[in-house]
Design a protein around this ligand. Structure first.
Ligand code: GDP
Length: 369
């Protein structure tokens, strides 16, 4: 069965290219089951070589994928180097997916909704990976996806892969790790990527910059549907879904739907030519899920036809290139030992009005060149 999934020639090419780039003698891999290597290494508690790990990920092995993501999330410089090589090897197999961002306040039903739509999609023979961008996870470990029992049945589904948010570091750091995890998941053959965020700080904007379709989950309120929503989020949403439309709450959900639909008319047309949709669902009763997937498919068809889908991905890649440069410049600056040793005295000089902040910044920046 593995042979059916694998395009062995491509895998071998990647492997050979890697060995040659690393100035290592290529080992003939024809006929080798890449999963054998990972099982063998796991049994012996050895670390798999990066090309073997890449092969195993590309063959769809979930354990290898988890290991790859752990490597991407590691802060050790050695692991970071290995992670970059792994990503390079996986990149030719990535991109063939639909990336969906989901946001909403805590309690709105994100994980119940993801479980419902994820299960529906696996029934349609899709492979679904769920990742998260949670800026709070460094404070309270794994606060949105850490508790896997929230997606109990999906987490046990062989066609689904659920990974909690990377923890630690800045939001930018968490976002970069998620971006890289997306590449690995796509290389592992997941066609649907769901990126969940709880919407703290800038996390929605960051998730929006890495997905094709952005879905906002809402609850019906007593006439206050439009209050307390950041304008930017409505503007980013390709669909607003009013959840918990069940158990006597259907009428309020319908009213909220009408209110949002009216409000959306006030926003300028989207570059994608897509008219954002408002709909209702009950994640817990799995009602309205199929309709939501249909509208996502409608969006994909429209944007692939008018080429917006591709343009957006290219624009996102450019954005991420610049973000990566910015982050690594910042990292190298703040990790420079001279900067670390001089920063307190410069801060002190500023507190005593001995130098201006601009002069202080210039002095520190000069130390880093
Ligand atoms: P999250 O914090 O946004 O991930 O929300 P959860 O998925 O954990 O859901 C929060 C609570 O709302 C849980 O008690 C769920 O059972 C409940 N819930 C989620 N979706 C629905 C729904 O469609 N209808 C109803 N009645 N309750 C729901």
């Amino acid at each position: 069965m593995l042979q059916d999934i694998l395009k062995k020639n491509e895998l071998s090419q990647i492997y050979y290219l890697y060995r040659i780039t690393m100035k290592q003698k290529p080992v003939h891999t024809k006929g080798i089951n890449p999963n054998f290597a990972i099982l063998h290494a796991a049994r012996k508690k050895e670390q798999l070589s990066i090309p073997d790990l890449a092969l195993s990920i590309i063959s769809g092995n979930h354990t290898a994928l988890s290991q790859g993501i752990t490597l991407v999330e590691s802060t050790s410089p050695k692991h970071q180097q290995q992670a970059q090589k792994l990503i390079e090897l996986c990149l030719p197999k990535a991109n063939n997916s639909v990336r969906i961002g989901i946001t909403g306040v805590p309690g709105v039903g994100k994980s119940t909704f993801i479980e419902a739509i994820g299960t529906y999609l696996t029934e349609q023979h899709k492979k679904v990976a769920v990742l998260a961008v949670d800026p709070t996870s460094s404070l309270s470990y794994g606060s949105i996806l850490g508790d896997k029992t929230r997606m109990d049945s999906l987490s046990q589904n062989p066609n689904a892969f659920i990974r909690p948010s990377a923890s630690g570091g800045s939001l930018g750091g968490v976002a970069r790790k998620t971006r890289e995890a997306i590449i690995l998941c796509e290389a592992a053959g997941f066609d649907i990527l769901i990126i969940e965020t709880v919407g703290v700080g800038q996390s929605e904007t960051i998730v929006h910059s890495m997905v094709d379709f952005f879905l906002l989950l809402k609850l019906a309120g007593a006439g206050d549907e439009l209050q307390g929503i950041k304008r930017g989020i409505i503007e980013m949403a390709d669909a607003i879904v009013i959840n918990k439309a069940d158990g006597g709450n259907e009428k309020a959900a319908k009213l909220a739907k009408t209110a949002f639909a009216k409000a959306l008319h006030l926003y300028p047309p989207k570059e994608s030519d897509w008219n954002p949709k408002v709909t209702t669902c009950s994640a817990i009763e799995q009602k309205g899920i199929e309709e939501i997937w249909s509208l996502i498919e409608e969006y994909i068809l429209l944007t692939k036809t008018n080429n917006y889908f591709n343009q957006k991905r290219v624009a996102q890649n450019k954005h991420w290139l610049l973000q990566t440069i910015e982050n690594s410049l910042k990292d190298s600056f703040y990790n420079n030992p001279t900067v670390i040793s001089q920063l307190p005295s410069i801060l002190n000089a500023i507190s005593n009005n001995e130098i201006s902040p601009f002069e202080g910044a210039r002095t520190l920046l000069d130390l880093n060149t």
